[in-house]
Design a protein around this ligand. Structure first.
Ligand SMILES: NC(=O)c1ccc[n+]([C@@H]2O[C@H](COP(=O)([O-])OP(=O)(O)OC[C@H]3O[C@@H](n4cnc5c(N)ncnc54)[C@H](OP(=O)(O)O)[C@@H]3O)[C@@H](O)[C@H]2O)c1
Length: 295
């Protein structure tokens, strides 16, 4: 199911074994879906148990992934490593892999599929070797059936990675521009999907501070804006994820700043998600009127 959008600028030297061992760091909600999608083409899809929560272990078990004791063991065994973790941990995970590999001559292919800035993924490519790193950006929900989620890939070895996802629930698509292009795309998309909706939270919080919340709601209703629906939409999408979107929005801000575009939208979104993640549910309802409550 891979759909090349365009050819990458450089061809890869990579030839994977017929059924590669694929390591997932780590089987979160998305990582478990990625690991499961790759089982048909892999000799084994492995994950590293050390340091992970019971929730992650259960997810890995449900997805029928093979546990190994720790990350160094995973790094030693894997032909391909896919990093799918909170964006702020992406560099740290790559450093752990680099340390585990030491000067092993056969380097695994490393896919950073996190919502990080182009600078972060390029730094990871410098660390692990530019020819060995593919930049990935997942747009859509954890994919258990085809049609909703695209894995964008850039970097010389991206066709090799796209090949692994053929026929899987993830549609792999290739981007020109080398390592950094896929992450740049994700940062742009996230302006719409994650930064834009936080305008509602900032607006309502400011209206409460000015004591004009009722007048604001009246004006919005009068002009055809359904504030409750907008707030419910933010809440439904961000509940349980707001903590992770703080890091993602900071990385998106770094991405924009890196190309001279104002990064304030992304930084403000990071702050709104931080407030959302830190607030208890009653405070959230009081501050933002989430889930249809009063403004
Ligand atoms: N979920 C989505 O809909 C979605 C959509 C598009 C892209 N993505 C991308 O996928 C990535 C992961 O998202 P997710 O939904 O799978 O998140 P998640 O369910 O929270 O899972 C994160 C995984 O990373 C592990 N982890 C947590 N803190 C870590 C740390 N400091 N260092 C290393 N690993 C750590 C967690 O393990 P423990 O909890 O066991 O410690 C868990 O296994 C993100 O980069 C995100 O942008 C997700």
């Amino acid at each position: 199911m891979s759909e090349p959008a365009s050819e990458p600028s450089a061809q890869s030297q990579y030839v994977l074994p017929g059924r590669p061992v694929i390591g997932i760091l780590h089987p979160g909600v998305m990582g478990a879906a990625v690991g499961s999608a790759l089982k048909p083409v892999a000799g084994a899809v492995i994950w590293a148990a050390a340091g992970r929560s019971v929730t992650t272990s259960k997810r890995a078990e449900l997805a029928d992934l093979v546990g190994v004791p720790d990350l160094p063991e995973l790094a030693r065994r894997a032909d391909v490593i896919i990093s799918v973790c909170p964006p702020e941990a992406a560099r740290d995970v790559a450093e752990q892999v680099a340390a585990a590999l030491g000067d092993r001559p056969e380097r695994p292919l490393y896919v950073d599929a996190n919502a990080v800035s182009p600078a972060t993924v390029r730094g990871i490519a410098e660390l692990l070797g530019p020819d060995h790193v593919v930049d990935g950006a997942i747009i859509g929900p954890p994919a258990w059936e085809p049609g909703r989620t695209v894995l964008w890939l850039s970097g010389a070895a991206s066709p090799v990675v796209a090949g692994l996802f053929e026929g899987s629930p993830f549609t792999a698509r290739l981007l020109d521009g080398g390592v950094g292009a896929a992450s740049g795309l994700k940062a742009c998309f996230a302006l719409q999907s994650k930064a834009l909706p936080t305008i509602w939270l900032a607006m309502v919080e400011a209206a409460r501070a000015f004591g004009v919340q009722d007048a604001l709601r009246d004006e919005l209703t009068r002009t055809g804006v359904d504030l409750a629906a907008a707030l419910d939409g933010v809440d439904a999408r961000a509940t349980g994820k707001a903590w992770r979107w703080v890091g993602e929005m900071q990385e998106a801000g770094d991405a924009l700043a890196g190309v001279g575009v104002p990064d304030g939208f992304s930084r403000a979104a990071a702050e709104m998600y931080r407030r959302m993640a830190d607030a208890d549910p009653v405070d959230r309802a009081n501050i933002w009127g989430l889930r249809g409550g009063a403004v």
